[in-house]
Design a protein around this ligand. Structure first.
Ligand SMILES: Nc1ncnc2c1ncn2[C@@H]1O[C@H](COP(=O)(O)OP(=O)(O)O)[C@@H](O)[C@H]1O
Ligand SMILES: [Mg+2]
Length: 276
């Protein structure tokens, strides 16, 4: 069953014949705290083709969220540039904002309002009529395995998994051309994880959407991504399809590719104390 999602918001039509949805060139971003400078993203260049699912795989602190925030115009890089459907994210910020949507764990909601109230509110911001927003939101939530009996409860009463699904539903109300999913399944139980993964894959099949997602789950990267980029300490250290990566590194599994490319196992490479 195809889900119905809103027509694209009025705004710039994508007239480019470019096959690239996203082109990042030599992006670097530092953070300065307590007189120390930390290079969160270090000279990253990558291209994501239209219709592709690109998975950024990396340990906690490897720079995934920073990169996603640069792609989504929330952070200005210190060097390099990013183009989304041939538009520069800095020079053409508003146009880019209409083409993208970002879902992250710290999704901002009105926690005292219900899921459906939050979604109708978000729809209104994007010019989707309340009835339509409600209908579409319910269809998406159902597909994500959300118990629709609960959509009228205050959001703060719902589990993190449910809230994450509401965040995903919100991103799809507006049919973004480029969807940036920052750790869409982190913290979800196995079943919710699978529901979200299936939804992401189906969307790509049914709609002309391009997806960049981040994950620190090897299995998820492999399951969802057409191509994977491995981030390590802010650098893109390897990139390709799972098969290409395995062949290039003479590895039996993606886990071994990660180990060879970064010198660490993914679980060892995590730096929880520095995460966020
Ligand atoms: N707003 C910030 N201020 C200072 N340091 C930050 C900020 N955001 C991220 N960092 C640092 O940048 C590095 C990359 O972080 P992040 O992009 O969040 O990694 P990931 O999403 O892969 O876990 C980490 O060392 C993190 O502590
Ligand atoms: Mg992150």
């Amino acid at each position: 069953m195809a889900i119905e999602i809103a027509p694209r918001r009025p705004g710039p039509q994508v007239t480019t014949h470019s096959r690239d949805a996203l082109v990042a060139t030599a992006v670097t971003k530092h953070f300065r705290t307590d007189n120390k400078t930390r290079r969160a993203v270090d000279d990253v260049s990558l291209r994501v083709g239209r219709g592709e699912i690109y998975g950024l795989l990396g340990a906690n602190g490897s720079g995934k969220s920073t990169l996603i925030r640069v792609f989504s115009t929330l952070l200005i890089p210190d060097a390099g540039d990013v183009r989304v459907f041939d538009r520069d994210v800095q020079a053409d910020e508003l146009a880019v904002k209409r083409l993208i949507n970002r879902v992250s764990v710290e999704a901002s909601f009105f926690k005292k309002l219900s899921a459906i109230e939050n979604l109708v509110y978000a729809g209104r911001l994007y010019g989707v009529a309340p009835d339509e927003a409600k209908r579409k939101a319910l269809a998406i939530l159902r597909r994500l395995g959300v118990d629709v009996e609960r959509v009228n409860e205050p959001l703060e009463k719902l589990s993190r998994g449910m809230q994450q699904k509401v965040a995903i539903a919100r991103a799809f109300l507006t049919a973004p051309m480029l969807l940036l999913l920052d750790e869409p399944t982190t913290g979800l139980d196995i079943r919710s994880k699978r529901e979200v993964q299936t939804f992401i894959r189906d969307l790509r099949i049914e709609h002309d959407a391009t997806i960049v997602l981040t994950t620190h789950d090897l299995d998820e990267a492999e399951r969802l991504s057409d191509r994977i980029g491995i981030l390590h300490e802010g650098r893109l250290v390897a990139e390709g399809t799972t098969d290409e990566l395995r062949a290039r590194y003479g590895a039996a599994a993606l886990e071994d590719v990660f180990m060879t490319a970064t010198g660490k196992r993914l679980d060892e490479a995590d730096e929880p104390e520095r995460a966020k």
